[in-house]
Design a protein. Structure first.
Length: 243
């Protein structure tokens, strides 16, 4: 019996050694170069999802952690532990020139969803589902603002004919850019960092930390203010939950 167990152990060790000696899959340089165009995704993000623009109704908090992966080819992979629609996302090079493919794992389970699309001239990545699923986004657009410290992900469902209707938008702030650090002075309404530039909206004074955030605020102040209020409420809940 001992002899048999020893034989099995030797076979297992030999298999592991053989697996280590196997050549690693070659990385496609063209795929890596294409993904580098959106590698600003890499990092940790904290965000707020808003079904209605400029409203806190039915909003939620999300987190995302993006990183490079070279295990089975080259890819950008994102984990979303609090994701409302997706728990994990992978971006790879598509089959056509300049095309991207997004492979998503739904939070509720089921088969993976696949989206394809390209970057437009403004750097926005627009991806459409090959087979839309009820209750999940049929189209996703990804863009960066505020010098890459803000990530906006617009989620849309299929409407009538070829129309798409807003499902929600998640506005992320890059961790380490100032969000959640707190400040004894004015706070940037966009990132939560130190506010240095005054901006008025509907007679109320707010602050932003840079010209990038200023431009973003002017683009849609109601949505930014609503998201800011959600973040502050979440911070309050976290403080109260501490012993």
């Amino acid at each position: 019996m001992k002899h048999r167990a020893a034989t099995v152990l030797i076979v297992l060790l030999a298999g592991l050694l053989w697996a280590d000696d196997k050549p690693k899959p070659a990385i496609d340089p063209a795929a890596q170069k294409q993904l580098e165009k959106i590698q600003q995704l890499v990092g940790q993000w904290k965000g707020v999802g808003q079904p209605q623009r400029g409203s806190t109704k039915d909003s939620w908090v999300e987190e995302a952690d993006w990183a490079w992966s070279f295990e089975k080819g080259v890819a950008l992979v994102g984990k979303q532990p609090k994701g409302k629609y997706f728990s994990a996302i992978k971006l790879v090079r598509g089959q056509q020139d300049g095309e991207y493919e997004l492979i998503a794992t739904a939070t509720g389970g089921g088969e993976e969803l696949r989206y394809t699309g390209k970057l437009d001239d403004d750097g926005k990545l627009l991806l459409v589902a090959a087979e839309p699923r009820e209750g999940l986004p049929a189209r996703i657009s990804i863009r960066f603002v505020a010098d890459g410290d803000r990530l906006l992900v617009l989620l849309e469902r299929k409407g009538n004919a070829d129309q798409y209707v807003r499902l929600a938008e998640v506005g992320y702030t890059r961790q380490g850019s100032g969000f959640g650090k707190g400040s004894s002075g004015p706070e940037c309404v966009v990132t939560g960092g130190a506010g240095t530039i005054e901006v008025m909206h509907n007679g109320v004074k707010y602050y932003v930390c840079c010209t990038g955030c200023l431009e973003y605020f002017k683009e849609n102040p109601d949505e930014i203010i609503a998201e800011y209020k959600i973040r502050k409420e979440e911070e309050k809940k976290q403080r109260q939950a501490k012993p």
